[in-house]
Design a protein around this ligand. Structure first.
Ligand code: SF4
Ligand code: SF4
Length: 392
């Protein structure tokens, strides 16, 4: 316990564990019980930052509605063994003073926060450093924030002790408003996506320079989200891990090798994943050259998987081809063929598997009825034509 390496949390004076718990995935777990267990397991292992949001709600596998703020608040409140303040991040969508108060008050209520004798923020007995975010700033949201007076309002609420630090999260494509937000100098914590598939915030950009270095130089704590390139990448990883060296392990190591990041919100779902993340975080960092090589490999993978089937089989849950063709099976072989060929590996096994299929892609009449059922909006008829060309 408490062996996880720590890094400065901006200029707050806090030291944060370099791997933190993203509570977004709690809603994706098989049961609420497992969500509660995961929070406790992370705390047991010494993780000292939990990243949640008002919007992280959903239905767990056992059909229960889960609000991650409630789970985090209730589980932390039960603990009597946490000997140092815990950093809890939550996020709301209040971009004007009235909405800000509504969202902040609701989050405080869901988290079950109380006030200690000296005005400290508490969950049960544990002292909390509450980081409150404007969730996902975009041009429209930032314009409202900048013009509604909510920044001054938020700082007043912080002075009143309703939260400890003010921050924001955002995504690629919103660089201009991120730069404007950083220029205000009022934020103490920022959360941005970064991974080897999408490394732009940690690299020199012609117009904005290196965002991560800038955030660090301003003394702002930086939380790295989407270290594994988002949940949508899980199925894809299963495909490309057979052909290239990009693994979950080296993706996390890539993020941890960036010196400007305070903590990586690694968004795990299971104890084993958390253990694996913590083991990786104890290992060595990549050199600059190794990081560049990984970015190059990821770019190659991205090009090869663009517009291909993810083998999720969601389409088959609701649709069957009128010609009785198992089109996902064929599309999966085709996607793997592209990966194998792109990485100079043998495609013989894939061709053999295709030869064993009774109804091949040349039986497709290109009716297009399957396309609307594809989770990822693939235009399936031309992909079937391509599959037959590659595999027959
Ligand atoms: S066709 Fe679309 S929905 Fe069906 S398995 Fe492939 S990616 Fe998934
Ligand atoms: S486009 Fe081809 S695979 Fe899709 S439903 Fe029509 S026949 Fe079946």
């Amino acid at each position: 316990m408490n062996l996880i390496k720590r890094r400065p949390f901006g200029k707050t004076g806090l030291q944060v564990t370099q791997v933190s718990l993203g509570a977004m995935n709690l809603r994706l777990l098989p049961s609420e019980k497992e969500a509660r267990e995961l929070v406790n397991y992370a705390l047991d292992r010494g993780v000292n930052l939990i990243d949640t949001a008002r919007a992280y709600n959903g239905t767990t596998g056992d059909g229960k509605e889960l609000e991650s703020e409630i789970i985090v608040g209730q589980e932390v409140a039960k603990r009597t063994d946490l000997t140092e303040p815990l950093i809890v991040v939550t996020k709301g969508h209040g971009y004007n003073p009235k909405a800000f108060d509504e969202h902040l008050n609701l989050s405080r209520e869901k988290l079950g926060l109380t006030v200690g004798p000296e005005g400290e923020i508490l969950m049960g007995r544990t002292e909390i450093r509450l980081v409150y975010f404007f969730h996902g700033i975009s041009r429209e949201r930032w314009d409202e924030i900048a013009s509604s007076g909510v920044l001054e309002h938020a700082l007043k609420r912080r002075e009143e002790g309703l939260f400890t630090y003010l921050g924001f999260s955002s995504h690629t494509g919103h660089e201009e408003c991120i730069a404007e937000a950083l220029d205000t100098g009022v934020f103490q914590v920022v959360e941005l996506p970064y991974n080897c598939f999408s490394p732009s915030f940690g690299r020199e950009q012609e117009r904005y320079g290196n965002f991560f270095r800038r955030i660090h130089d301003q003394g702002i704590a930086l939380i790295n989200m989407k270290a594994f390139a988002g949940n949508g990448m899980v199925e894809r990883t299963e495909i490309f891990k057979d052909y290239c060296y990009i693994s979950p392990e080296n993706r996390l190591r890539f993020c941890l090798s960036n010196p400007w990041i305070s903590t990586v919100d690694a968004g795990c779902r299971f104890r084993e994943e958390l253990d694996s993340n913590l083991a990786i975080s104890a290992g060595p960092a990549y050199s600059e050259a190794e990081q560049e090589a990984l970015i190059g490999e990821a770019a190659k993978v991205s090009a090869l998987i663009e517009g291909t089937c993810r083998e999720c089989t969601h389409c088959l849950e609701k649709f069957a081809c009128p010609r009785e063709i198992n089109f996902p099976e064929i599309l999966a072989l085709s996607a793997r063929h592209k990966m194998a060929a792109g990485f100079d590996q043998s495609v013989d096994g894939l061709k053999k598997a295709y030869a064993a299929i009774d109804l091949q892609a040349d039986q497709c009449i290109a009716c297009g009825e399957c396309s609307p059922w594809c989770e990822y909006k693939l235009d399936i008829p031309p992909l079937m034509e391509e599959a037959h060309r590659l595999l027959a």
